[in-house]
Design a protein around this ligand. Structure first.
Ligand SMILES: Cc1cc2nc3c(=O)[nH]c(=O)nc-3n(C[C@H](O)[C@H](O)[C@H](O)COP(=O)(O)OP(=O)(O)OC[C@H]3O[C@@H](n4cnc5c(N)ncnc54)[C@H](O)[C@@H]3O)c2cc1C
Length: 284
């Protein structure tokens, strides 16, 4: 049995004080669907303190302003998937929430844990990046707001320092003219982590030309990024199957230019191209 001290603070001030007290040797516990699996590994040394944040009501819920959606980090994937605000103003995130794990995992797992764990296959991250989200972090030294595009360093590593608490995720609502999609492919249809995924947002002008497009693949690059070069070939064009096939190819080339050719390239090269094409086709 691994030994650690367990704390269940009542508010964020107490939480930040505990994080400061244990410095680099504390771990926040939200839904625990990543933390508990790590803790059970015989090779993993447990932290001195586990800080359970589940009593912090200020870290729960989804709200909206006229122009923005604000999601608190303890929002579970089930809550995310059943929120009418998310469905209406960020459909790709609504779709992503529905395809995470199983009902049990969605009931426990939180959006905050998904972001902070920073696994390459984290399904809420590509949609949040396409939505231009920001994250708010708090510690005893104060708070800071970081665009999610600048938040990740590499898989399982973010710019957050050990004593920072994720406080909220915020992004502009999609306009009615913006259509969006999230597609993922796992080894099987249910309870599968993403081998590859794509988040896409597309806006057409009244004349039917593509005005704006955002494409963010998941599990394809060492860290998430917008496919700006591929996006450029779409803007100002009339949507067509050929154009979307070409865009898919560009994304696939970009992926290989980053990762090089590996054992998995034979599979990933055509698959990412098809996911991009399909995501764009459904965004019309
Ligand atoms: C069977 C199974 C299937 C899964 N399937 C999927 C899937 O399909 N897609 C997918 O994306 N993920 C999947 N996951 C991974 C996991 O469920 C998600 O990443 C989940 O969102 C993690 O949230 P949590 O609340 O359980 O995080 P926890 O395990 O509690 O925490 C995860 C990490 O985040 C940190 N953390 C949590 N909240 C905060 C906060 N507010 N501030 C600072 N740090 C914080 C913790 O310290 C820890 O480092 C699966 C996991 C399992 C076990």
């Amino acid at each position: 049995m691994k030994q650690f001290e367990y704390f269940s603070p009542k508010n964020v001030v107490e939480t930040c004080a505990l994080l400061k007290e244990f410095e680099n040797d504390a771990q926040i516990l939200a839904g625990g669907t990543d933390v508990l699996i790590e803790l059970r590994k015989s090779s993993v040394k447990p932290p001195r303190a586990i800080i359970d944040i589940n009593r912090l009501n200020e870290l729960k819920g989804i709200t909206e302003t006229e122009s923005e959606i604000i999601i608190k980090p303890l929002t579970t994937h089930t809550e995310l998937g059943s929120s009418s605000s998310i469905k209406k103003h960020a459909r790709l995130l609504h779709i992503a929430a529905h395809v995470i794990g199983s009902p049990q995992i969605r009931n426990r797992g939180t959006i905050g844990g998904n972001i902070m764990n920073a696994a390459a296959c984290a399904d809420t991250v590509p949609p949040l990046m396409a939505l231009d989200a920001t994250v708010k972090l708090l510690s005893v030294n104060g708070e800071r707001i970081v665009p999610i595009i600048d938040f990740f360093i590499k898989p399982y590593q973010t710019i957050a320092i050990k004593n920072e608490l994720l406080m909220e995720i915020r992004f502009p609502k999609l306009l009615d003219s913006m259509k969006s999609m999230f597609l993922k492919l796992g080894r099987r249809n249910a309870l599968a982590i993403s081998r590859l995924s794509v988040a896409a947002i597309l806006r057409k002008s009244d004349s039917g030309l593509i005005q704006e497009v955002r494409i963010v693949p998941g599990a394809a690059f060492p860290k998430w990024q917008r496919m700006t070069e591929a996006e450029k070939i779409l803007v100002g064009q009339k949507p067509s199957k050929e154009l979307f096939i070409e865009t898919g190819k560009r994304v696939s080339e970009a992926m290989i230019s980053f990762t090089g050719r590996r054992w998995s390239t034979e599979y990933k090269e055509p698959v990412i191209a098809v996911l991009v094409r399909r995501a764009l086709e459904t965004c019309q």
